[in-house]
Design a protein around this ligand. Structure first.
Ligand SMILES: Nc1ncnc2c1ncn2[C@@H]1O[C@H](COP(=O)(O)OP(=O)(O)O)[C@@H](O)[C@H]1O
Ligand SMILES: [Mg+2]
Length: 285
């Protein structure tokens, strides 16, 4: 069997140069972003997207220029939570203008590109069996295009809302060379901790530092202590966000919870995480 190193040429497509050019364009696009942070968990439904949306809004409210990329291509929720669903994307010179929320957060999501509510993301391949084989590579290149082709402009912070699955961060970290750090989200259950522990291991292996753990839906059930998980993993516990039905209701309305109920315990906890993030990554602004 021939290995790829035995192949003398690449048939003239110069694939290496093409990939290098794509990476260079991505690097150029992200050069105007001061810090890029990924929100991860490994587990679905724990509040990654809710945390992303509220951190973005809290930081925008404090005067920062913030963008959000919904890296969950198959289950995008950022446009809905941030109230920009249905907005038309405007093609401008150099790329696509991302819609802005009422607080000025720039949002890009697969949800803004899909033709209808029920249309799932489908990869075009010669056969569906091939689509399965190529999914990882296609997701990576879709994310790269999303990041590269969006007119983010000057940003203080770009938040990346990741899908569940512990391996997704590795893909993203290979694209975004300047990742400033990751935030890991859990809920107080053994099931969540089981998966999140693996996600922390993966996050520790990428070059970017793990900024810390956030416990979401705190107090909802009498589960394991997030402080123990954080201590065992040797990462800071950034905060505990209580379960609050009003937070879910605000997300469903596309309203920024931290702005509409800033005095609630959940909003205070979210704003404290936002302030910490600002202090650690952007002190001096
Ligand atoms: N602290 C909270 N209190 C109440 N509901 C919450 C809280 N955090 C998230 N939710 C709700 O739980 C559901 C899942 O949250 P989501 O952010 O979509 O999770 P993920 O992105 O990890 O899959 C959403 O309906 C969201 O509004
Ligand atoms: Mg999500």
């Amino acid at each position: 069997m021939k290995k790829y190193t035995d192949i003398a040429g690449d048939g003239g497509s110069n694939i290496v140069a093409q990939v290098e050019a794509q990476q260079r364009r991505l690097r150029e696009r992200l050069a105007s972003v001061r810090a890029i942070v990924a929100i991860v968990s490994g587990k679905g439904g724990v509040g990654k997207s809710s945390l992303t949306a509220n951190l973005a809004c809290g930081l925008a409210q404090s005067g920062l220029r913030v963008g959000v990329l919904d890296a969950d291509l198959n289950g995008p929720t950022m446009a809905k939570m941030l109230g920009v669903r249905g907005q038309r994307l405007v093609l401008a010179s150099g790329g696509v203008e991302p819609p802005r929320t009422t607080l000025g957060v720039k949002v890009m999501s697969m949800d803004l590109l899909l033709p209808s509510d029920s249309a799932p993301l489908e990869w075009n391949a010669v056969t569906q069996a091939e689509a399965h084989t190529w999914r990882g590579a296609m997701e990576a290149s879709a994310l790269r295009e999303f990041l590269t082709d969006t007119n983010w402009g000057e940003l203080d912070l770009l938040l990346l809302d990741l899908p569940p699955g512990t391996d997704r961060l590795v893909t993203l970290a290979s694209l975004v060379e300047r990742l400033a750090g990751t935030i890991v989200v859990t809920i107080p259950s053994d099931v969540s901790h089981l998966v999140v522990r693996k996600a922390i291991t993966v996050a520790s292996q990428v070059k970017a530092p793990v900024l810390g753990l956030v416990e979401n839906m705190a107090g909802l059930f009498p589960g394991p202590d997030a402080a123990v998980l954080a201590r065992d993993a040797d990462i800071p516990l950034l905060g505990r966000v209580p379960f609050d039905p009003a937070l879910a209701a605000a997300a469903d309305r596309g309203e920024p919870f931290v702005a509409v109920a800033p005095e609630s315990a959940a909003a205070r906890a979210l704003l404290a995480v936002a302030a910490d993030l600002r202090q650690r990554l952007l002190s001096g602004s």
